[in-house]
Ligand binder design. Structure first.
Ligand code: NDP
Ligand code: MG
Length: 382
């Protein structure tokens, strides 16, 4: 039996957050901090059930309401970015799950690292924007960045078998999303509803749109580059429609290792929290005969320019990741508000990348400035 782990869960009301809550019993963990943006109804329920030390609503008005709702308890109620950072770095926590969506996760992730917590990292945007700073801070503090993203968890699990041997190549699998096989012309008029229908995974809206544009795989390419210190040209992307093989690594002798299971985030979440121990997991077991066949295709960079844009950002490093990510977050939000078309997303991100100056980044402030400039570049185009 492993020791009871004390966990801070940032974004506990979201898709990854609620699935993290779902594995707490089986791994005998206790949440000491829970956070939301605005979903205080669910956060109140979670808080009453789990009795954490503190809860945070990023939205200050929601935080005020939550304080009243939890007035009969001892739970501290915090608000805003300061509250999120305090929840992330609570001295009693050993590990912080970063399941907030977007750049909003950067400062709390850095705060958790500073506090010496291991990071169960779902928030990929953090590494895309500030990979050099986040990995350096983690190294300096001696904390682990444990991947939650299913592809990066698969790589992490395969790496256990490397025994010090160099990994020659990472092969990231991609489902291809709802628009696999469509041409650029056919993508012209796709709707928000169509883009939100992912064939294999049920996730938050932002990552679901990223999966449809393939920016998700682009973000994951950069995430893998930082997590595994791999040059981007040694990271290959292959479309695998069934999402059963979650990713693969290739050794110098050509041997390829893969990790397989059904598309269910509870396994990678649980493994990040119990590593290096494995415990039984609630999810359904893989039955290969039932699945029948697994299929693979090369990605189509003509119809999905996000992959090409992400490769550019990965090769440039510096502020390129922050610019790409900031522009993408702004464009995805505009698409969800039905103010731009689906194909405007990669077009606007590409334009932001082309128009903003390349800069090195030395601090989180540099990252925030590039993020802000990228969002501005998108807004001025519409
Ligand atoms: P969701 O949108 O479902 O949940 C996001 C969580 O963060 C919610 O609790 C939300 O609160 C909170 N939140 C949103 N915006 C802010 C903000 N500005 N400040 C503070 N908190 C905020 O997202 P997902 O769970 O799908 O994704 C979370 C992260 O995990 C993303 O980075 C995503 O890329 C990554 N990921 C997700 C996977 C998945 O299967 N869902 C798979 C792999 C990676 P509220 O409830 O009020 O909106
Ligand atoms: Mg993924």
């Amino acid at each position: 039996m492993i020791e009871k782990k004390r966990i801070a869960i940032l974004g506990s009301t979201g898709s990854i957050g609620t699935q993290t809550m779902d594995v707490l019993d089986s791994i005998e963990a206790k949440p000491v901090a829970l956070t939301t943006n605005r979903n205080i109804k669910l956060l109140e329920q979670q808080a009453r059930q789990w009795q954490p030390e503190c809860v945070t609503a990023f939205d200050e008005t929601a935080a005020k309401d939550l304080k009243i709702m939890l007035g009969d308890t001892d739970i501290r109620v915090l608000g805003g970015m300061d509250g999120l950072m305090e929840a992330a770095s609570l001295p009693t926590a050993e590990v912080t799950v970063t399941a907030v969506v977007g750049m909003a996760g950067l400062l709390p992730t850095m705060a958790a690292i500073e506090a010496g917590h291991d990071i169960a990292l779902a928030n990929k945007e953090t590494l895309v924007c500030a990979g050099s700073l986040v990995t350096a801070a983690a190294r300096q503090k001696g904390v682990r960045l444990l991947p939650v993203d299913s592809e990066h968890s698969a790589i992490f699990q395969c790496v256990q078998a490397a025994q010090g041997n160099r990994i020659a190549k990472i092969i990231l699998t991609a489902s291809g999303g709802p628009f696999f096989g469509k041409t650029a012309a056919e993508l012209e008029n796709v709707t928000v509803e169509q883009a939100l229908k992912h064939p294999n995974w049920s996730m938050g809206a932002k990552i679901t749109i990223d999966s449809a544009t393939m920016f998700n795989k682009g973000l994951e390419l950069i995430e893998a580059m930082w997590l595994y210190d791999m040059p981007p040209e040694d990271i290959e992307i292959v479309i695998h429609r069934q999402s059963i093989i979650h990713s693969l690594i290739e050794f110098v002798d050509g041997a390829v290792l893969a990790q397989l299971d059904l598309p269910d985030m509870r396994l990678p979440i649980q493994y990040a929290l119990t590593y290096p121990v494995r415990l039984p997991c609630k999810m359904e077991r893989l039955d290969l005969a039932k699945i029948g066949h697994l299929s693979f295709y090369p990605p189509d960079e003509q119809a999905f320019p996000a992959l090409r844009i992400a490769r550019q950002a990965a090769a440039r490093k510096g502020n390129a990741g922050a610019v790409m990510n900031g522009a993408n977050e702004a464009a995805v939000a505009l698409f969800l508000e039905r103010k731009i078309s689906f194909l405007d997303i990669p077009r606007l991100v590409g334009q932001a990348m082309d128009s903003l100056p390349y800069q090195q980044i030395f601090s989180i402030d540099d990252v925030l400035a590039s993020d802000c400039a990228a969002r501005q570049a998108v807004y001025t185009q519409i």
